[in-house]
Design a binder for this molecule. Structure first.
Ligand SMILES: [Zn+2]
Length: 381
């Protein structure tokens, strides 16, 4: 079930149920809220509620035939649309892969973001769209009337990724509503939608969670110690998906920080034995591990820059990182961050393009040596 799994937000759930019970559901609703928060699960949970044969206390019962179907996010009258890579009619493999990945991930984490799906699909470096064909097929599917007294529900996730033709087709459909059909648009970027589409929908904002909601969720679902849950909640800024990501990488963060600290120390001294050992570790760990390290380091640079500009309150991170950023500060500061950013970004670029790992890492150490040895004082990292 989804609604039961979303902490709090009782007001929103009650509001939606009341609209339905009072027969006042608008034919098109734009649900807006941060990616990775409750916006998508709220919509999918509402779909389950609307199809449930015997809803109880504003919740789907979870037991009826319809609930058994919608539990798997399937229902004959329900259509879910998400962006994919290819517009070719005969090339459905990429679309299928996007759907498969989405279904595989959402059952693990109902708060997933579209980026989470993109990271896992084949061809992830391409630009994904919702194409005119997707909207066309959807229009065809709503042209038959719904069975019994239930709605047809079309849910479009990230409608801002519709191409222009698709957006205009959708607009036309919204202008001529079909009876018993509901359109749910789920977005974190309403400003990127056509104003004419915005004028055709009722907007509902799904807020972020409180720190306490996130703490309770992490403790109950992932059995996290309360003090660790509190630290993660503070770093996640009310976004539950971000909290889950931090939790998954919590132990890893410490190791990544140590690796960066070592890299900085070895680069400055240009201690080749140490460098060789460091490089061997990542050669053995593989390309994905190196990419994660580089991505992580780019984040550290970003935080260091915030510290330089005395914007530390914007650093939403865990305690060990905050301490580390303070320690690394004599070496990583506003004068060299642009250069370091460029060096690590280049390395990341080469890592994604199958460059030879040893050449790539040698180059990284050499370039870091040039930049880092020009430190402002002699403090040790
Ligand atoms: Zn039910």
């Amino acid at each position: 079930m989804l609604w039961q799994d979303i902490p709090d937000l009782e007001n929103i759930k009650r509001h939606l149920v009341q609209l339905h019970q009072q027969n006042q559901l608008p034919h098109a609703i734009l649900f807006k809220g941060e990616q990775g928060n409750a916006v998508l699960p709220t919509v999918l949970g509402f779909m389950q509620y609307l199809y449930c044969d015997h809803p109880q206390n504003n919740y789907p019962c979870g037991l009826c035939k319809s609930c058994k179907q919608t539990k798997n996010l399937y229902y004959p009258e329900f259509k879910f649309i998400l962006p994919h890579f290819s517009s070719a009619k005969n090339d459905q493999s990429e679309e299928a892969d996007m759907f498969k990945t989405f279904y595989r991930l959402i059952f693990d984490n109902i708060f997933l973001s579209f980026d989470d799906v993109l990271k896992e699909v084949k061809g992830k470096n391409k630009q994904a769209f919702i194409f005119a064909d997707d909207v066309h097929q959807m229009i065809e599917s709503v042209s038959y009337s719904a069975v019994g007294n239930k709605y047809k529900i079309i849910c479009i996730w990230t409608p801002e990724m519709m191409n222009t033709i698709a957006a205009n087709k959708l607009l036309k459909t919204l202008e001529e509503p079909t009876p018993q059909t509901l359109f749910f648009l789920v977005t974190s970027k309403p400003d990127e939608l056509l104003p004419t589409i915005l004028s055709r929908v009722q907007q509902i904002t799904i807020p972020n969670f409180s720190n306490q909601d996130i703490i309770d969720y992490l403790v109950a679902k992932y059995d996290v110690q309360p003090n660790r849950a509190q630290e993660i909640a503070q770093a996640s800024n009310g976004n539950i998906n971000k909290a889950i990501h931090i939790l998954n990488y919590f132990d890893e963060y410490e190791e990544l920080l140590n690796d960066f600290r070592e890299l900085a120390r070895l680069s400055i001294k240009y201690d080749y034995d140490g460098i060789d050992k460091w490089m061997s570790k990542y050669e053995n760990a593989g390309r994905e591990a190196l990419k994660k390290f580089l991505e992580y380091t780019l984040n550290v640079f970003h935080y260091s820059l915030l510290k330089d500009y005395e914007l530390e309150h914007l650093i939403k991170t865990i305690q060990i990182e905050r301490e580390f950023i303070s320690r690394v500060h004599p070496y990583v500061h506003q004068n060299n961050i642009p250069k370091l950013y460029e060096i690590f970004n280049d390395a990341y670029h080469h890592a994604t393009r199958n460059a030879n790992m040893r050449i790539l890492l040698n180059n990284l150490f050499l370039r870091c040596n040039e930049v880092l040895k020009k430190k402002n004082n002699t403090q040790h990292v």
